[in-house]
Design a protein around this ligand. Structure first.
Ligand code: FDA
Length: 307
């Protein structure tokens, strides 16, 4: 969608009446289930098991962001440690979780978020091949997130992060992450950003994505190519074929409920595919970001609200 349309939709998400109506009715009217596995860990594990039968791996994301107290940050940290244990006990493939540093207290202090991240990484170290992927939030957090991830990576190999192609700074960040050997998930970016920070034109974002994807596939450490864009996926497949990059050196990632056909097709072709499986009661901001990505989704929400 045009990037200004996304900004309008994200602004609408802040409207209290819209928020109240959606939070009260969204899950029960089935609007949210397309993008969110459910409100409980059991819902997420059930989704992971279903996907596993199609050879699609999962990254579990316990929804929640921007906590306001140390107690909430500690509760999210404990909940994430619980997710790691539950995935291991469910005998699913190696635990792989996605976390947001603002859920671990980044709005309170960098130190708090770093300490909580360390607790999660320590717990994850008990499981061979586990990975903790630190999601990237709005650009006000980019530098702080990268600093915390880089510091953590000196002690833990099981941490990776996310870079957003829409940010003007990303080519430089990518070079730094590759030099540090930190695994990157490359995404286009989902937040409303000013033109000083991000490319306003989708064509520039797409071009940056392709450029950075090639750089990552050549020089990155087990990168994740995270997109539902068919043209990008075609270019990725062509590039790895031409450069003789083995399928085991990277993975494709997509979001639960988006382009399931592509997820299944890539898995059937023998690529490593991972679906991002969000769950939990705090689904509202995630859900609104997904709606903002596509004009058709706005009609979908209005139709469901008046039903
Ligand atoms: P694009 O937006 O161009 O969409 C390509 C096609 O995909 C569309 O034409 C449509 O068919 C389909 N599509 C995309 N979004 C859709 C939607 N919401 N509903 C229906 N169809 C849709 N962002 C971020 O800022 N920080 C992060 O940490 C992450 N993490 C993350 C993890 C994973 C695994 C994925 C796949 C994505 C993210 N994102 C993210 C989101 C990312 O930034 C981006 O907003 C979406 O992936 C959409 O961009 P595409 O690359 O799919 O392209």
């Amino acid at each position: 969608m045009a990037l200004h349309g996304r900004a309008v939709m994200l602004a609408l998400a802040e409207n209290e009446a819209v928020k109240r109506t959606l939070v009260q009715n969204g899950m029960s009217k089935g609007m949210v289930q397309r993008f969110v596995a459910g409100e409980t860990l059991d819902d997420a594990l059930a989704a992971a098991r279903r996907l596993q039968t199609q050879n699609i791996n999962t990254a579990l994301d316990l929804l929640g962001e921007n906590v306001a107290t140390e107690a909430e940050a500690s509760a999210s940290t404990n909940a994430y440690i619980g997710v790691l244990t539950a995935v291991a006990e469910a005998k699913l493939p190696a635990p792989y979780i996605s976390i947001k540093l603002t859920a671990l207290g980044l709005d309170l202090s960098d130190e708090l978020a770093a300490v909580n991240l360390t607790r999660i990484l320590t717990a994850a170290s008990a499981y061979p091949d586990a990975l903790v992927r630190v999601d990237m939030e709005g650009s006000a957090y980019t530098q702080r997130t990268l600093d915390i991830v880089r510091a953590a990576h000196q002690d833990f190999g099981n941490v990776g992060t996310v870079l957003q192609s829409y940010l003007r700074r990303t080519d430089d960040d990518l070079a730094q992450m590759n030099a540090d050997g930190i695994s990157v998930r490359l995404v286009k970016g989902a937040y409303a950003e000013p033109a000083t920070a991000a490319y306003p034109d989708k064509a520039d974002v797409d071009a940056a994505y392709v450029r950075q994807m090639k750089e990552l596939l050549m020089h990155g450490f087990h990168p994740a190519i995270a997109s539902h864009d068919e043209s990008i996926l075609r270019q990725a497949k062509r590039f790895v074929r031409e450069q003789r990059i083995e399928n085991s050196r990277f993975e494709f990632q997509m979001l639960l409920g988006i382009r399931r056909d592509l997820q299944e097709a890539l898995a059937a072709e023998g690529y490593f595919v991972r679906a991002y499986v969000p769950f939990g009661v705090s689904w509202y901001p995630y859900f609104m970001r997904r709606l903002a990505e596509r004009p058709a989704n706005i009609g979908f929400i209005l139709k469901n609200l008046v039903k």
